[in-house]
Design a protein around this ligand. Sequence first.
Ligand SMILES: Cc1cc2nc3c(=O)[nH]c(=O)nc-3n(C[C@H](O)[C@H](O)[C@H](O)COP(=O)(O)O)c2cc1C
Length: 254
Amino acid sequence: MSAQHMFGDPSNSSSQPNPGPPSPTRSTHRADSISKHKLVQITSHNQYTSPRLTREILAPSPLEQFRTWFAEAQSPPNGLPAVAEPEATCISTSTAAGIPSARMVLLRGVDERGFVFFTNYTSRKSRELIANPHASMTFYWKEQARQIRVVGTVEKVEREESESYFATRPRGSQLGAWASQQSKEIGETTLQDRLDKFEKEFEGKEVDCPEHWGGWRIDPFEIEFWSGHTSRLHDRFRYLLQDNGEWKIDRLSP
Ligand SMILES: Cc1cc2nc3c(=O)[nH]c(=O)nc-3n(C[C@H](O)[C@H](O)[C@H](O)COP(=O)(O)O)c2cc1C
């Protein structure tokens, strides 16, 4: 499989960023060469100890539960350490063919409609979200041995919302959004050249929100809360959205 095949062509149309699964030739090659690889062996056995999560203390709605945990990550109650940057989250997307990719983004808001983050609409993640409007977000709050998985359908946020959030960004980040053709292959000086160009263009003026920049919202149909415990006997509770709009809560085996 060529590198082009692996990473897709950013200049390509939005519908098929990453074509096709790995070819058999590539898999055979990997199997042949695997014995030559030096194994990085990790034998640590960290023990996680979070406050126990029980059905009795779970909120009836996952949004409420998320709010409680997020507030505890920011301002922890006695005995729990604070979480550095709890809004940092791993967002997983996939192509129409089902090839996944993941990367970190910053959660910028959450309400009954879903979980919002902002990005470039021509980036790899956005091209994948256009081709396959489903995503998963994973929060890992190491300090508190907590994990949350959100799975749902996605939609772009209203233009007005993107513009009003963009207006709150520092000027440098606003100009960066104009300069960066996110996920595109570029030359060594392209970014600086483009930044210089947009600095000139917006000199003495407010920086508008570019058309190619804005938010995505994940409207969840599944949210799981994971709380780490000793001997890998963690607590897991999954909320699943039912046809009648109610959330069904199940405990899952760790
Ligand atoms: C902690 C952290 C937060 C980030 N936040 C964002 C973000 O909010 N939006 C964004 O577009 N990229 C963000 N990035 C960069 C992305 O991880 C990624 O490199 C970029 O969006 C391009 O991804 P893509 O090529 O898969 O589209 C962040 C990276 C880190 C490590």
